[in-house]
Structures are given as C-alpha cells and as structure tokens.
Design a protein around this ligand. Structure first.
Ligand SMILES: *Cc1c(COP(=O)(O)O)cnc(C)c1O
Length: 379
C-alpha cells in the first residue's frame, strides 16, 4: 500500500508566499557591532555543528492580552530571565530544525519550511503552547536569513542551521500552562553533523529506558524527550556506541527511532521499511521526503511495526541489506552495527543509503531537479 499523506504533509504542501511578500513581517533591528571580518573568517573556515551563531536572531513574544507581538530580527545576545521562569522548572518548550542552503549561483534556499511551521504548531498543541501563524514563521526565517546572509556557507554538507523554538517565559511556580512565551530563531553556520564523514554509526539497542510512551509526547519536538534520552546515550557512549535505538514502551519489542533520527531498513527484495508513526515517533521531514522520493522511483516503502528481533535475524540471514538513520541535521547516515546484551551484528553499508543521501542533498543544493517543489527561495 502506498504511503498515506499525513496532515503535516498536507500542510507542508500548501503554497508558500514568496519571500518578498513575507519578509517585512519581522522588523529588522540591525546589529550595531556585527562580528568582525576576522571572527567571521575564523568561524566560517572551521564549521562545527551548532557551536557558533550568527549576528542576529528572530524574536517575538506572546501574552494572552497581545497575542504574538514585538516581532523583530534583533542582535544575537544572551537572554535574561527571572529564576522563576516556568520553562526552567517544568520544561514547557518546543523546537524545530531546518537549514538554509547556498546554491552554486549564490542564491539562498530552504527546504519544505511549512513542514516545520506546521510541526511547530502540532508540537505546541501537545504542550499547551499557542500557535504561531505560518506567515510569522516564514517572516522570521526569511528576515533572519536575509539579515545574516553572509553566514550561509557554501559546499556539500554545509548550511546555516536554523533553530526556531518557543518556551514558557512567565515567572510562576504553580503548575499550569504559562501565560507568556518567547519565540526565537537562532542561526548557526554548520558543517556536517557527524564529523567522521560518511562513516556508518554504531547503535546500541536500549531495552531499559524509553524516550517516550503511549499518550506521552514522543511525536512532539520538545526538549523533554531529549532529556529522557541523555542517560542511555551517556551509557552507550561509554561503551563505544554513537547512538541509541529506542524501542516502543508498550511491548519493548519494536523499533521507535534513535531519539533524534528516524530509522529505515532496506530489504533484499528491494522494499524499504520504516516504523509506522505510532504516536511515540517524531514525524521527521527527512523521513517524509525519503518515503516520497523512493515511492516516486517505484520502490515499495512499507510503514509498519518493525520488530527488533526480526531485524537482527534479517541482518544475520542477509534479508536486511542496509539500515540507515535520517534527520535534518545529519541528513542520512548508515547504521553499521546494532548491538544489545544478547546480540551484536554488523550491518553492511550499501548503495541505497548513498543514493538517498545524494538525491536529497542534490535537491537541497539545487544540483538535482526538484520535482516535488520542496525548495523555497529566500533570496
Ligand atoms: C527532529 C527529530 C527527528 C528528525 O526530524 P527531521 O524533520 O527529519 O529533522 C527525528 N526524531 C526526533 C526525536 C526529532 O526531534
């Protein structure tokens, strides 16, 4: 059965107003002292991931009386908040992640931005955070990237990583939804997420801890899910693993995701399987794009529960030929080893993963035809 379009995908497919039409939605207050040419050159010549930030940030505030207001692109600077600020105590926050890419002709683009706009509001609905209009979201992205255009690097694997987030900023220790929120977009010129290049990662399958459970907020992009994933990640790192694979909390038998990346399995028969969205899995934009890309090429993509035992057996028998993880930050990365207390298997690195990586990054960089209308021109 072909992939059934999700609500997020439907919203992401809506027409986006051109950048010139939304740009003025956030007023730009230029930085009086942007980083010097020396600092700029230094940062851009050694791109990490999410380490350095650009000169500006987008910022808007929500109050019950005024709704979203004071929408500005302002100098990037530390924030100052009362120790009683709600997010510091109860974690009411959501975030997004998308990238601005420089094409070979110098123009600057982003990828399926309404997917992120729609998902921000979907996450917000789960955490009782008020929605932000698509126009405001687009204005903040376009305004920030235009103000910080020099910070969009060029070249494969490099981009200006954009981190929109909303957090509860009311100072109040009672437990209830905040009456005030800040929306901020920070921008970080970034190189590849994994510093070891196109090398497969070693993944520990976690049976003790879960990142999310039924009725929880696993399908919302919120810091709390990451907080619960950190201890297992530390333990796995100590044992030499790069990432942790989380299983579903109800049966502890099927694969959810890596806690920051979705998972795909390539089968010898040519089909590709990814866990179905069960409420505990984050509906990744990269996941969605890969499903569409593969289906357009005639590949059979199955979204179904994926038992870890079957996958391990499949790797051993050769029925599983490749495994990879995907997300905006890392794009696509091979899983080369899968281990737990009672198994430890090597997964081959195959051509499908590389093909998907090449297609996706090719579209994002304007080097492969964008048949899907995913690229959005910022300037
Ligand atoms: C962001 C995220 C992903 C990947 O989503 P993309 O939209 O592809 O970047 C996967 N899992 C979790 C938990 C995430 O937060």
């Amino acid at each position: 059965m072909a992939h059934e379009t999700t609500e997020l995908e439907r919203e992401a497919d809506r027409p986006v107003p051109p950048a010139d039409a939304v740009a003025s939605g956030f007023e730009t207050l230029p930085h009086p002292h942007p980083k010097s040419e020396e600092q700029y050159a230094e940062q851009m010549s050694a791109l990490g991931f999410g380490v350095d930030f650009s000169d500006h940030m987008a910022h808007a505030t929500f109050t019950n009386e005024l709704g979203w207001h004071r929408k500005v692109i302002e100098p990037y600077a530390p924030l100052s908040f009362d120790p009683g600020t709600a997010v510091l105590h109860y974690g009411q926050e959501i975030f997004e992640g998308l990238k601005a890419y420089r094409h070979d002709d110098g123009s600057i683009w982003t990828f399926r931005p309404l997917y992120n706009a729609a998902r921000l509001n979907r996450s917000g609905a789960r955490l009782a955070i008020p929605p932000l209009s698509f126009d405001d979201f687009m204005a903040s992205i376009v305004g920030l990237v235009r103000a910080d255009q020099r910070w969009v690097p060029e070249g494969e694997g490099s981009s200006l990583y954009l981190r929109p987030f909303i957090f509860a900023s009311e100072s109040f220790l009672g437990v209830r939804a905040s009456a005030r929120y800040e929306y901020i977009v920070a921008a970080s010129p970034s190189g590849p997420y994994f510093t070891h290049g196109f090398q497969p990662i070693d993944v520990w399958v976690e049976r003790t801890y879960h990142r999310a459970g039924p009725g929880g907020m696993g399908d919302a992009k919120t810091g709390g899910n990451y907080a619960s994933s950190l201890l297992p990640k530390v333990k796995a790192h100590d044992e030499g693993f790069d990432e942790v694979m989380f299983l579903d909390a109800r049966t502890n038998t099927t694969i959810d995701e890596l806690g920051g990346m979705n998972v795909f399995v390539v089968m010898r028969d040519g089909s590709v399987i990814t866990p179905e969205l069960n409420g505990s899995i984050l509906p990744g934009c990269t996941r969605s794009s890969i499903i569409r890309l593969l289906e357009s090429e005639g590949t059979w993509v199955r979204e179904e529960p994926l038992a870890i035992d079957d996958v391990v057996r499949g790797v051993a028998s050769g029925a599983v030929t490749e495994m990879f993880a995907c997300g905006t930050a890392a794009v696509v990365t091979s899983i080369g080893r899968l281990a737990c207390d009672d198994f430890d298997v090597q997964v081959p690195v195959g051509p499908m993963t590389k093909h998907i990586y090449d297609e996706l990054t090719g579209i994002q960089l304007g080097r492969v035809e964008d048949k899907f209308g995913w690229c959005y021109r910022i300037m």
